[in-house]
Design a binder for this molecule. Structure first.
Ligand code: BEZ
Length: 405
């Protein structure tokens, strides 16, 4: 294990690998033919995502988005055919390191894409740091992945958990809400979402009078909703996603709280669930880095293309998967498809400006998107964009990342 705890990963490991390849090739006078041979081999993408359980729909949307961007690029990565190795991580943290190890070291993927659940992400980050594999996170917002545990080979195309909720604390404080109750699953994502919200809500003069928790992926909300009704806060803030979000919205309405105590959250509460919940989400306001109704030609073209390909409406998860592929395309373009040039791929990915359906964004020094956060409101079956809540937000600050060299 190296001093930085990365097991000798990161930039140094890439340099060693590239130098070994380049050096041997140069000795044999073989550089051009190695490049040719590289051109013949397919690029293997490992998709380690949830395909069962509460986050199934999120894993599927990410997969669809990723494959759509590759399809739109001609089905190849700078002339190289693409093949996929897929692994269902079940949103199960206990299996995460073994699963990641399997896909990296047994299936020998060139790029590891995943995952959704922050607890699983922790295991993937460990393996990515140890192996040096190029790793793109298309959802999980685990803050440490792009701060304390950042590494040259680890990139994220989604968000940090607290980054999505910090804007909502500001919005709620500005609306004049003085007290709030928070409710979420007790795991890294829930804890970080609540922390981001509390940070800005309390700075704005608000007070969290009670934090309520339940274990992931439990959806027995009844007793907690009864407690909220008796606490009578000005507002309720929650983080739920996927199947859990749909159930929560319906239960909130059934408990008679909708219209009585205003409900807010990060946009995961209402993304990808609107068709399933009928009018239970109507009027709910959330903050997120995407909204169905972003009125740009780029977003409209993406939505049309996704709907045509999958007979489904895209959501934030589809966008994040799509952008993961756009980021990889930018890296591979810089080396004309030569995946052995990891240092150059990383440099290109660090500099990339992603022209996303969400709007253009760039990478922070910790490899997390610096992006705008929208205030959205559910109107019918749409997360309508009401405005920009915070522009170009870098939070938690990338300065917390000391990139291993
Ligand atoms: C997470 O575990 O990081 C997460 C899962 C679903 C939506 C957002 C974040």
């Amino acid at each position: 294990m190296s001093k930085d705890g990365s097991g000798g990963t990161g930039r140094r490991k890439f340099l060693q690998e590239s130098a070994a390849l380049g050096g041997a090739a140069a000795l044999a006078g073989l550089v051009p033919s190695i490049a040719l041979a590289q051109g013949a081999r397919k690029i293997k993408i490992g998709l380690m995502l949830p395909y069962t359980g509460t986050y199934t729909q999120l894993g599927v949307a990410i997969t669809n988005g990723f494959k759509l961007a590759i399809q739109e690029a001609g089905g190849k990565l700078s002339g190289r055919e693409v093949e996929y190795a897929t692994l269902d991580d079940e949103s199960e943290p206990a299996k995460a390191a073994d699963n990641a190890n399997r896909i990296v070291n047994r299936d020998k993927v060139d790029v590891l894409v995943g995952t959704v659940h922050s607890g699983v992400q922790m295991g993937m980050v460990k393996i990515a740091r140890e192996s040096g594999v190029l790793h793109i996170i298309p959802n999980a917002g685990l803050g440490a992945a792009t701060t304390q545990l950042c590494a040259p080979n680890i990139f994220r195309t989604s968000f940090a958990n607290a980054q999505t909720t910090y804007p909502m604390g500001q919005v709620m404080a500005k609306k004049g809400h003085k007290t709030a109750v928070t409710l979420t699953w007790r795991y890294a994502a829930g804890e970080e979402m609540v922390a981001g919200f509390k940070d800005s809500f309390t700075k704005g003069g608000g007070k969290v009078i009670k934090e309520l928790w339940l274990p992931f992926p439990n959806v027995e909300f009844q007793a907690l909703l009864t407690e909220i009704a008796s606490l009578k806060p000005d507002a309720v803030f929650v983080f739920f996603a996927g199947g859990g979000a749909a159930k929560f919205l319906k239960d909130y309405k059934a408990a008679g709280l909708k219209g009585k105590i205003p409900l807010y959250g990060s946009g995961f509460l209402t993304d990808g669930v609107l068709e399933a919940v009928g009018d239970a989400a109507e009027g709910v306001e959330t903050t997120l880095h995407y909204g169905d109704g972003i009125d740009t030609p780029r977003n409209k073209a993406f939505r049309l293309s996704y709907a045509k390909a999958f007979k489904l409406q895209p959501d934030v998860y589809a966008v994040q998967g799509y952008d993961a592929a756009l980021l990889l395309i930018a890296g591979m373009r810089a080396v004309k498809g030569d995946i052995s040039k990891k240092r150059e791929i990383i440099a290109a990915m660090e500099k990339a400006q992603i022209d996303s359906p969400r709007g253009k964004w760039t990478m922070s020094k910790g490899h997390n998107p610096v992006q705008d956060f929208y205030l959205r409101k559910v109107v019918g079956a749409e997360n309508k964009v009401v405005g920009v809540a915070v522009k170009a937000l870098d939070y938690p600050p990338a300065a917390l990342c000391k990139m291993p060299s």
